[in-house]
Write a protein that binds this ligand. Structure first.
Ligand code: PLP
Length: 396
């Protein structure tokens, strides 16, 4: 990999995979790895799922791309399906999570301008992640990611995650929207207080603010619900999707309802690739498979089993701060930085991730089975336990 012509924006691990099957990836030497990350919540159906392969193959041999200058039947059908599942009214399709977030930010600004607010402000959260394009980056609560790219687009105010009182106390009359992840992903699999989303819904209604939810990581079955916010019994005005939606084919979406329902019109936004036949066909296959195979209940049950087993085995250890999450979005916070666990896990044949410095993040595919759960729990607990051993030895 020396002398690569790739711009080194990523710190890459020294492994390349040649093929995948179910929850497993295989490298060129025939080693297999349990994929507990799913390409960061993307490969929702695991690898080479027959239903997704069939849908993509079939669509590729029929029609890949036309243009949003024309009617696209499969895009219309996907929008109908997403609205039926979410209770939202309409969808704009892009190609990534950042693009979905850019659409949300533009919707909020239109909402403001329609109310006579010239300099609209969006409330965002500390340690939020919304993407790397400029406005999405400005909404992201990570100074390191922003560093060197100033000036950041203006129009954001930041509060502690999940703090409804901090939001209610904001007095800026230019506020037009609140944008929030229902569970923070990159920020450390952080779960807000149970009443946060319902209280935020009421506050947004009262102040005529758009309630915007970034479900790019939490959406499409990841937490055991179609969309994580549904567990709180609310409907947002804007919802962003991407990652798992295409099961590995790039697609992003911004869904709108009620107050946000009629902001975009002809010419107000666009995307060349957005919602093309291939991507939409893949997303429909993902949604069909989740439904037909009962993967919401399955993800909920597998996730609970993983969390309970890890809690039972290592929950009492001094350096385990908290085990949290929902469905198959799981964070294990340790009391010290643990980035080296990524290599240690991979060397044992498990792919996982560490985020926010000290949080082990597990995002296995929704199809993960009980035997794979056992392997995963055992591997992760072993890693956590061996950290104790090292510390104890050092202390002696
Ligand atoms: C990954 C992620 C994004 C950015 O998605 P990209 O497809 O990388 O642009 C935005 N929001 C959340 C919550 C994410 O997890």
């Amino acid at each position: 990999m020396a002398n690569s012509h790739l711009i080194p924006t990523y710190k890459r691990q020294p492994v390349a995979f040649e093929r995948g099957h179910g929850a497993w990836l295989f490298d060129g030497d025939g080693n297999r790895y349990l994929d507990a990350l799913s390409g960061i919540a993307v490969s929702a159906l695991g690898h080479s799922h027959p239903a997704l392969v069939e849908a993509i193959t079939n669509q590729a041999s029929t029609l890949l791309h036309t243009s949003n200058l024309y009617e696209i039947d499969v895009q219309t059908r996907l929008a109908d399906r997403l609205c039926a599942l979410s209770g939202m009214d309409a969808v704009f399709f892009g190609n990534s999570g950042s693009e979905a977030n850019e659409a949300a930010i533009k919707l909020a600004r239109l909402h403001g301008h329609n109310r006579g607010i010239d300099m609209p402000v969006i409330v965002v959260m500390e340690s939020a992640f919304h993407g790397r394009t400029l406005a999405a980056l400005a909404a992201t609560g990570n100074a390191n990611a922003q560093k060197g790219f100033e000036p950041m687009p203006a129009g954001f105010v930041r509060v502690p995650y999940g703090d409804i009182d901090a939001i209610a106390a904001l007095e800026d009359h230019n506020i037009v929207a609140v944008h929030v992840e229902p569970i923070q992903g990159e920020g450390g699999v952080r779960v807000p207080p149970a009443d946060f989303l319902p209280a935020l819904r009421r506050l947004c209604d009262k102040r005529d603010w758009l309630m915007m939810i970034d479900e790019v990581q939490t959406g499409v079955g990841r937490t055991g619900h179609w969309f994580a916010h549904q567990a709180a019994g609310i409907t947002p005005d804007v919802m962003c999707l991407a990652k798992g939606l295409g099961g590995g084919v790039p697609i992003g979406a911004a869904l709108v309802a009620s107050a946000a329902g009629e902001l975009f019109g002809p010419g107000s936004h666009g995307s060349t690739f957005g919602g093309n036949p291939l991507a939409c066909r893949a997303a429909l296959a993902v949604l069909d498979t989740i439904e037909h195979d009962g993967l919401l209940a399955h993800a909920g049950a597998m996730g609970e089993s993983i969390r309970e087993q890890i809690e039972a085995r290592v929950g009492e250890l001094d350096h385990v701060v908290e085990i949290r999450g929902a469905g198959l979005m799981i964070g294990i916070e340790l009391s010290e930085p643990c980035a080296e666990l990524v290599d240690a896990a991979r060397e044992q044949g498990i792919l996982l991730n560490v985020t926010a410095g000290s949080v082990i993040r597990l995002l296995p595919p929704l199809i993960i089975g009980p035997a794979e759960v056992e392997r995963l729990v055992d591997g992760v607990c072993h890693l956590i336990e061996s950290m104790t051993t090292t510390q104890t030895m050092q202390a002696d």
